[in-house]
Design a binder for this molecule. Structure first.
Ligand code: C5P
Length: 399
């Protein structure tokens, strides 16, 4: 594959020469791009000698006028190692003052960032906020290791090993195309069930998990249909967005599109009850108590489970207690291949958060706990396991 290696200006820049060598050994083509600060630590010649290509450094060189665009288009992945605090800030905010940062904006493929800096700089809220922005954008951050730092302090901040960075690159390269040819149907968000023309019942789902799943699937090459309840999120790129309001509308639109889909991920928090006959006029305020009889909504996941065919079906279960037992019960009763069990209520993860912590329950009996991570990373891990399940099922059928 063709890899762009961005080198930032930190003492760890010398280690990125080792990364260049390792990537060359793995038979990648490597194009190094250095910032001005990086050249204070190590010379462009080092990378040119290792990669067999001229190192790119100057945005304003005559031949560079258009080069950052063509270079961006010609490569499969951009890795920045070391990613300094300054570079991370520039990338997070879209500043484009030199070749590397301009190239980053012109690049549409996967991005891997390997930060390295002093421990206080790493822990600074500004650095962490910028990294959160980059993670949410779908970029892979290879966390620094802990240990002795060049500044004399000890703690997190050391550039990850070249092998660890190369392994993350290999995984991101696989994820670039591993859903090509698939159609993934994702549902997201809450539903709103009207009580009268102005009132409704709903729930605390933000839709962030479902949108992260849709984004991840699209970035991995899938055709994505996202059926979404009302949320305050921007439509993901390269995704067909179908907006609905009620559980019944969601059911109808999902069933219409089901024949197209090979993988269905039901992340929506669908209302379980609704008022089947909604009054035409606003219910008047009276002193008397009002009571309403609610009927169950259609269980979309269970219906898909009954009509599953050879689709892969992933359900979600948000529980406030007995997470695993409830999750396993739903996995079975709704005929899912995977159930993403998610403890909600009172925690810092789950419904409205950008982070999540879940357990993947598989039809094979396996349980995979996923540590707390941004929803976009959780989404990628879910698709990694979905693809493994697909391979296992093919092998089973092939026998
Ligand atoms: O049974 P419970 O609602 O907890 O199951 C959650 C799973 O079922 C989620 O995947 C959700 O999208 C789906 N569901 C559904 N239709 C409903 C209720 C839940 O598809 N009416």
């Amino acid at each position: 594959m063709r890899i762009l290696l961005g080198v930032g200006g930190g003492i760890a820049a010398y280690k990125s020469a080792e990364l260049a060598r390792l990537l060359m050994e793995q038979e990648h083509t490597v194009q190094a791009v250095m910032t001005a600060a990086a050249q204070k630590f190590i010379t462009p010649l080092t990378f040119a000698a290792l990669t067999g290509r001229k190192t790119l450094t100057d945005l304003f060189a005559i031949e560079a006028a258009i080069e950052h665009i063509s270079v961006a288009q010609e490569h499969d992945l951009l890795v920045v190692a070391p990613a300094t605090a300054d570079l991370i800030g520039q990338l997070a905010n879209g500043l484009a003052g030199d070749f590397l940062t301009t190239l980053y904006l012109a690049f549409t493929g996967p991005v891997v960032l390997a930060p390295a800096m002093n421990v206080n700089m790493w822990q600074h809220p500004a650095t962490q906020a910028n990294l959160e922005t980059l993670r949410r954008r779908g970029h892979r951050v290879v966390d620094p290791g802990s240990g002795y730092l060049a500044c004399g302090m000890t703690g997190p901040g050391r550039l990850a090993d070249p092998e660890t960075i190369a392994a993350a690159i290999a995984q991101e390269l696989r994820r670039r195309t591993d859903l090509e040819g698939e159609t993934v149907l994702v549902t997201a968000g809450p539903t709103e069930e009207p009580l009268d023309p102005v009132r409704f019942i709903s729930n605390r789902s933000s839709g962030k998990m479902g949108y992260a799943l849709a984004e991840a699937a699209a970035a991995r090459g899938a055709r994505v249909i996202l059926v979404s309840g009302p949320v305050h999120l921007a439509a993901p790129r390269n995704v067909e967005l179908i907006q609905v309001r009620t559980a019944l509308e969601m059911r109808n639109r999902v069933m219409e599109r089901l024949p197209d889909a090979g993988i269905v991920v039901k992340a929506a928090a669908v209302a379980d009850f609704h008022l089947s006959k909604v009054p035409d006029q606003k219910v008047k305020k009276t002193a008397a108590r009002v009571s309403m009889e609610l009927d169950p909504t259609p269980d979309i996941l269970a219906e898909i489970g009954r009509k599953k065919g050879d689709r892969l079906l992933v359900g979600f279960a948000a529980e406030t207690q007995n997470l695993i037992q409830e999750g396993r019960r739903k996995l079975e009763s709704k005929n899912c291949d995977m159930l993403v069990a998610n403890l909600v209520g009172g925690s810092e993860v789950g419904f409205e958060s950008d982070q999540n912590e879940v357990v993947l329950l598989l039809r094979t009996g396996e349980s995979i706990p996923l540590a707390r991570a941004p929803k976009r990373e959780i989404a990628d891990r879910i698709f990694d396991e979905v693809l493994k399940l697909r391979l296992a099922l093919h092998a089973e059928h092939g026998r």
